[in-house]
Design a protein around this ligand. Structure first.
Ligand code: GLU
Length: 355
């Protein structure tokens, strides 16, 4: 080809390539990653030590470790907090939920990924499940090993979480958690191991699906009310009422229940033994609390199974609420949000059956 023809052709080819790139980018889903901290953003001095600091790495460095993620979506990171999830407060949950609602209301945002520590992941996931007002995907993700560890699990978990957030099948399933190739529903997952990479389980309901290098299989649709079907709302809410969890055990000291009432709790969740049971002294203290208008929910310290009404405890007589399938930490989230409005015990019981 003659050099003068090349001079003409080269800019044209370049322009076509640019136009194709721009069109490709525009076609990709827009995902916002909201980072809150946790081990996925943790760092240690060496790759093989157990001690590390949660929330030491920013979202930009986390994304740099997963370059392939930009082939799945156009991603934008925002830092909401950078803490170990033991320090996730209701304040942070409210800020996070508000930001998600703001972002998902926009036409140019298709889904959200939230990076979070695993310790309280189930609580934030369930909170968001109740107050996010959109059916676009909201996917939470974390890791068990810090970013500096040998075989860190964060990068692939993050890749898979974005892979779920861009999947149209994830729409309308409520808040999902993606960890170690499994997709869990916010209602049903729980952390089961302090250290294992395979820590999250959904013991009663099973997983929603699997996520494998960006390819997903969905098996279940959560049956619980969530997001757009939820009546719970955090607009104009700056503080949640105090709800305490009291752990049941043999020879349980009942005065902890009285102390909770005296400290101003509006609700108490008993992490009871077995089917939400507690000894006679604790039952009497809990009934005293209920008589004073404190909402008392019986949940269980047992890892799986539901707590039914009027099984060994006469809930109708004592004025208690049964937690059904919610473990104590999720029962506390639902009760805290339910208590934002004047609601009867019967109404709150119905909420425990439906959320
Ligand atoms: N305490 C940490 C956290 O929840 C450890 C758990 C983790 O993220 O894996 O942030």
């Amino acid at each position: 080809m003659k050099p003068d023809k090349l001079r003409f052709l080269l800019p044209l080819l370049l322009a076509i390539a640019c136009a194709q790139y721009v069109a490709g980018q525009a076609k990709k889903p827009q995902i916002v990653i909201l980072a809150t901290g946790g081990t996925i953003a943790g760092a240690a001095a060496t790759g093989t030590q157990a001690g590390y600091t949660s929330g030491a790495v920013t979202i930009d460095s986390m994304l740099a470790a997963v370059p392939g993620v930009r082939e799945l979506a156009n991603v934008k990171g925002e830092q909401i907090s950078n803490v170990g999830s033991q320090d996730i407060s209701f304040d942070i949950m409210l800020t996070l939920a508000r930001r998600i609602n703001e972002l998902l209301a926009r036409n140019d945002v298709d889904g959200i990924v939230v990076t979070h520590g695993t310790d309280t992941m189930e609580e934030t996931a369930f909170f968001l499940n109740l107050v996010v007002k959109s059916d676009k995907p909201v996917v939470m993700v974390g890791s068990m090993r810090p970013s500096t560890a040998v075989s860190a699990d964060g990068p692939l978990n993050l890749y898979n979480a974005v892979g779920v957030a861009v999947d149209p099948q994830a729409k309308g399933r409520g808040v999902l958690v993606v960890m170690n190739d499994w997709i869990h529903a916010a209602h049903s997952l729980t952390k089961t191991s302090t250290t294992a990479v395979q820590t999250f389980m959904s013991p009663l309901r099973g997983v929603v699906g699997t996520a494998n290098y960006g390819k997903n299989d969905f098996y279940n649709t959560p049956v619980w009310k969530h997001t757009t079907a939820s009546e719970l709302d955090i607009e104009n809410v700056n503080q949640l009422p105090r709800v305490d969890i009291i752990f049941g055990c043999a020879d349980m000291p009942a005065d902890l229940i009285d102390a909770s009432v005296a400290a101003g709790a509006k609700g108490i969740v008993i992490a009871g033994v077995g089917n939400g049971n507690m000894n006679k002294a604790a039952l009497e203290a809990a009934a005293r609390a209920a008589k004073k208008g404190v909402m008392v929910v019986r949940s269980s310290r047992v890892a799986t199974g539901s707590v039914g009404r009027n099984v060994e405890v006469n809930d109708d007589e004592m004025g208690f609420i049964a937690s059904d399938e919610l473990n104590p930490q999720k029962a506390r989230i639902l009760l805290s949000l339910a208590l934002l409005k004047q609601r009867s015990r019967e109404d709150i019981q119905k909420m425990f059956y439906s959320y």
